[in-house]
Design a protein around this ligand. Sequence first.
Ligand code: COA
Length: 323
Amino acid sequence: MNHAAVIGTGSCLPKRIVSNRDLEQIVDTSDEWITSRTGIKTRRIAGAGEENFHLAAEAARQALEMADVPAQALDLILVATITPHMIMPSCACFVQAEIGAEKAFAFDINAACSGFLYGLDLADKYISTNPDMKILLIGSETLSARVDWQDRNTCILFGDGAGAVVVSGSTNRGIRASNLYSDGRLWNLLYMNSADSMNPELQQEQEGCYMQMSGPDVFKFAVRSMEDSIRRLLHRENLSIDDLALVIPHQANVRILNKLSERLSIPEDKMFINVDRYGNTSAASIPIALDEVNRKNGLHKDDMILLCSFGGGFTWGALLMQW
Ligand code: COA
């Protein structure tokens, strides 16, 4: 049986670094409050020439170079994003044009912060029926365009960036198992409205098309749901935390990750954290982290890596892959 195995990683962060002190000039907050509640110190914010698809394409170029796969050899481009440049065409189609991947078909995935995990699972399913496929999967966001910069509850949390992987079929490494969930009944705890409808009969009362969030509810559900999905996945695969080389979680908040480590007894050196530098980059956070670890030679052959995520929808889950 063939599985999707990562053969190249890449990432791209906007140039501009915005610190907590910079945010003190914009909203009523403090470096001390943000650091103690979230662990975030800085985030990257996109500027001119750094649209979502620009970041995504640059991350893709790096991943393709590492994989030694020309863009023309790609069969499929998937972009996990909730902040596409346009509603139509997809961000994936913009990336296809940017990198010149004429042979590929391309589409976006919207599963909020869990989009990259959902995308890996999907890539694995394609590979299982067509092992020769070369798939480019990107998580890419410009959330700075969709947060209300006057709302201190949300604007301090998020950042922009992109991460990418190239996957192809392998019989002895790659994705081993996944465990994904959604619960649409809880949509109103974390959501982003779309623009006003042009159809008067479909117009709704809106509070602007910005990120809306019930922070404490999201916090509790994130910890419980990720813990549950990890426990179930490890149990099903007959593995324990000791069998894992590294956990790369969605980077939302250091306190969420500390709680998760505490409940599952994950040693500090097995939990990868970079949210302090980049904030929450939604679907991009896991592939950015994966590329960072990979480029520091932090992953070794046969390492068992656990990815886990939580996001709007709600969507959540865990995925195991052998490096
Ligand atoms: N600076 C200073 N004070 C702030 C603030 C900020 N940036 N944001 C909120 N506050 C205030 C609130 O207004 C509130 O004041 P009040 O008590 O006078 O009403 C107080 O801080 C406490 O707010 P609360 O929301 O209870 O804080 P918290 O400890 O729950 O932390 C979050 C808030 C958002 C950091 C936390 O709930 C969280 O991380 N939630 C998960 C968010 C997340 O990860 N979302 C994405 C998931 S993919």
